[in-house]
Design a protein around this ligand. Structure first.
Ligand code: ARG
Length: 575
């Protein structure tokens, strides 16, 4: 259920009864749970506009609120005119029961589902995926899951970099390697392959010319060169698929629409921009001048869409992509989960696309920017000798470290069980450490913090889930079952309230595209469960109290499981 909306409606009614139809209610979850569940802050502004006493007006509104006994337990005026609202236990019980009786935890699909295109992961295929691709891949994956869960139609786009001048060089090198018979070997290490090609390109003029020749052939659709290019792209994609499988993200080969797919749209886009006078010839290049952006000299920024030699750019492909997403998919919202350092590119892209009419006013376009993953030294994360860290190596290290950790905690654990738990905890830890931070900031990658069983970490949340499962297993052994929820103790009431806010949080993430709100929420649920568990014995209770507490535990378990799943993180029944 959308609790915030339900409570808002009640408060709005009370405002209307008090004649405050036009005033914002300003409803917030309470800062201090001792005083209430929600806080209404809108009366003060309303009183100011009417030049009346805010406490008197608040008293009036609070009386209307207190009369709504099916939802409200109490409404009290505080301070200069806040109202502290406490929800009725019967209402909470009923809502909790509805969530328990529904596999979807009573999360209602949005009334107006949108078609949302999310461009994420999108690595360049010339090289292996490195740590820089982690954030886009998992933030995009989580947004995909959450938006889908709320009933939107999500179209994932893995806009891989599979086109451009580098590919001429890689194809030339592939031809050489095939002659010596070592092509498969060479391709098994993409990083090495790229380095090898680059060395040949820099040292041998003939090789460099051949590479340039291949680029031209590639872009003009020469079958033989295209075939070689396909071989290279396929083996690079295979590597990316391995990373996706290890990460457990939703992306499939069907989601790949690489830069190459837009090759035939590039000239038409430039021609169209020229015909409409948006792009102009400038020193042989074709340029869109944007007065909205100024360069260092204070002149209009130049957004280049075609180079002097006729070549196209990243900008041209992205314009073609927007045109395609809007017309083919009828998209309502476009999300680009891309490094914050590309902010200017996206601002200029969206501005140009709006002017050209590719991006109509009713379609939202958002750059879902993220910061950089840093090493302990506060500089971008690198290997010890300063190289880029391959994403696969990082994920394998996570599994190894987590496996060693669980083995050290439980020495009887069989190797395959330890490896399974190690995978789930290790990958979960890497993902959670990233998703739990506000995406726009840089963060420091630290193995020991992310693998800790204390604090806001994946292992803590995964452990909280297994603890719930262990209580439920014991209950089953003792033949006792969950029943009607009857919230009584304060710790129960606080946990209940949090459990009912699940949909509110998903809506918040869907609107803002900040998955860390969901992480904070789950951490709060786990913390409140822990408090409840300490203060309200479950299995030692009896009768209706026992049944109610088991029901709360069960709903906590399901909320943690589904919430973590929406972050792309798995849980374990035992660990
Ligand atoms: N391949 C690009 C890179 O690695 C990211 C592409 C992002 N998507 C886009 N439509 N520009 O930087």
């Amino acid at each position: 259920m959308n609790l915030h909306q339900t409570v808002s409606q009640v408060v709005q009614d009370a405002f209307n009864q008090a004649g405050l139809n036009e005033d914002a209610i300003l409803l917030q979850p309470a800062g201090k749970p001792e005083f209430g569940d929600y806080q209404v802050n809108g009366v003060m502004g309303a009183a100011k506009r009417r030049k009346t006493n805010p406490r008197d007006l608040a008293t009036q509104v609070a009386a209307f609120l207190a009369a709504k006994q099916d939802i409200v337990a109490s409404a009290e005026v505080a301070g200069p005119g806040f109202i502290n609202l406490r929800l009725n236990s019967a209402f909470l019980n009923q809502a909790l029961q509805a969530a328990l009786n529904d596999d979807n935890l009573n999360i209602v699909p949005v009334a107006n589902p949108q078609t949302i295109v999310i461009d994420y992961s999108s690595p360049n295929l010339a090289k292996e995926m490195h740590v820089g691709h982690l954030r886009s891949t998992i933030i995009g994956d989580s947004l995909n899951r959450i938006l889908t869960r709320l009933g939107h139609k999500v179209i994932a786009q893995n806009h891989v970099g599979d086109w451009g001048t580098q590919f001429g060089m890689l194809v030339a090198y592939l031809v050489e390697q095939q002659k010596t018979g070592d092509a498969d070997m060479a391709l098994s290490d993409l990083e090495g392959f790229y380095r090898g090609a680059k060395v040949r390109f820099d040292e041998d003029e003939d090789f460099a010319n051949l590479s340039r020749d291949y680029v031209v052939k590639l872009q003009s659709g020469d079958d033989a060169v295209l075939d070689l290019w396909r071989q290279f792209v396929a083996s690079s994609m295979e590597h990316a698929e391995e990373v996706y499988a290890k990460l457990g993200v939703l992306l499939t080969p069907d989601d790949v629409i690489g830069e190459s797919a837009y090759n035939n749209d590039l000239q038409p886009v430039v021609d169209d921009l020229m015909a409409r006078g948006l792009a102009v010839a400038s020193n042989g290049a074709k340029v869109v001048f944007l007065p909205e952006f100024k360069n260092k000299e204070g002149d209009d920024a130049a957004y280049i869409v075609q180079k002097a030699g006729g070549g196209f750019l990243y900008s041209t492909t992205d314009l073609a992509t927007i045109r395609h997403s809007v017309s083919e998919f009828n998209a309502d919202r476009l999300l680009y989960v891309v490094d914050a350092r590309q902010a200017l590119h996206f601002q200029q892209l969206f501005t140009t696309a709006r002017k050209a009419g590719y991006l109509p006013e009713h379609v939202a376009a958002e750059h879902i920017a993220f910061g950089t993953m840093m090493g302990e030294d506060g500089k971008p994360f690198k290997t010890r000798d300063g190289g880029t860290v391959k994403l696969m190596d990082l994920l394998k290290e996570a599994e190894e470290r987590a496996t060693a950790l669980v083995k050290s905690k439980n020495t009887d654990l069989a190797d395959d069980a330890a490896a399974h738990i190690g995978h789930t905890v290790g990958i979960g830890a890497v993902k959670y450490a990233d998703l739990a931070k506000s995406r726009t900031s840089d963060y420091i990658f630290n193995w020991s913090t992310m693998l800790s069983f204390e604090g806001n970490t994946a292992p803590y949340l995964q452990y909280a889930y297994t603890r719930v499962q262990s209580v439920l297993r014991k209950a089953a052994e003792q033949n006792v079952a969950a029943g009607q929820v009857q919230v009584e103790a304060f710790a129960e009431q606080q946990l209940a309230l949090a459990l009912l806010q699940f949909e509110d949080v998903l809506t918040q993430v869907a609107d803002s595209a900040y998955p860390h709100h969901l992480a904070s929420y789950l951490y709060n649920v786990a913390t409140l469960f822990s408090r409840f568990y300490e203060q309200c014995p479950i299995l030692k209770a009896e009768g209706e109290v026992l049944a109610s507490r088991l029901a709360l535990a069960q709903l906590t378990g399901q909320t943690l499981k589904q919430g973590l799943d929406l972050l792309g993180i798995e849980v374990l029944d035992v660990m």
